[in-house]
Design a protein. Sequence first.
Length: 348
Amino acid sequence: MSSIVNSDSFGLDLSDTALRLVQLVKKGKKISIVSYSEIDLPDNTMSNGEIANEDKLVESISKLIKNVKGKKITSKDCIAVLPETKTFIQVITIPSAKDSEKILENIKEEIKNHIPLSYEEIYLDWQVLEHNNNETKVLIGAAPRDTVDSYYKAIEKAGLTPNVFEIEAAAIIRCLLDKKDDKAKIIIDFGANRTSLIVIDKGIPQFTVSLPLSGKNITCTIAKTLKIDTTNAEKAKIICGLDPKKCDGALVKILFSTISSLAKQVQKTIFFYKSINPASADISEVILCGGGANFVGLDKSLSEKLKIPVRVGNPMIYLNIKPKFNIPQNKILSFVTAIGLNLRIFSK
């Protein structure tokens, strides 16, 4: 796998339920979206971050390219995501070391305490963050070789060249955070099948947490309680949200325990982070992204429970908004990962 990113590469986001791509172009200082595409995956194509049916995935990637909106995709080069459920990213502390060989040796020893796979079973990337006479802090990213190799093979079968595979949290952070913002934060990524918490400090991902909560879970809860089908439950979720003034506040009551559970998980994550990093700054805010973040009133409801500012992320902070062509506002939060992947081209 090459680490060279060609300037015409596009971002390719693969999840359990959908595929998305974004291609960006830079003219002068302005970066704009010139192409995007999104398709739902057939059932049983992906499962928990693993490829369940390679043929279906290959066919879907080809369909994704053909159904692109905007400028036609002519490049074969892409920057592809690795599934959060199968990857590992964390800041670890190792005995002080200066030369690369000794650092890697110490990393190999320390990751035995964090990763349930041997060094030979993973692809590993690392970056030194801090160093003193006693210890060295290192950001490490790892993924199972079997998973990465299967993604590479499928993408290549679809006629593309994955120049780089990137852990999802890194792409999300690149898309949503101002480079000058070094405050401690948590990003909550609401997906169709899962929710991820990303703890960030000084712009660096400290660790991630996967939660069973998902957009589908919420829709099913609404459907079951109101005795309606999932299509109408999804409409109710979008129209009513957690606004107590809409739909007689029905969803506020139905989803009270779900949102309370999410708030408790966030609080546990904050407590854990402070326990392992007593000198770290307090979490300054929570940022929401992913398709589930379109849920009206979720930011306000969570903020009231956490006593911390909560806001919906802005995937366009580095992009030029073109009046005639852009991803629809109600879909843009689902493209955060794809945008972040493609922004790698323009990052130092």
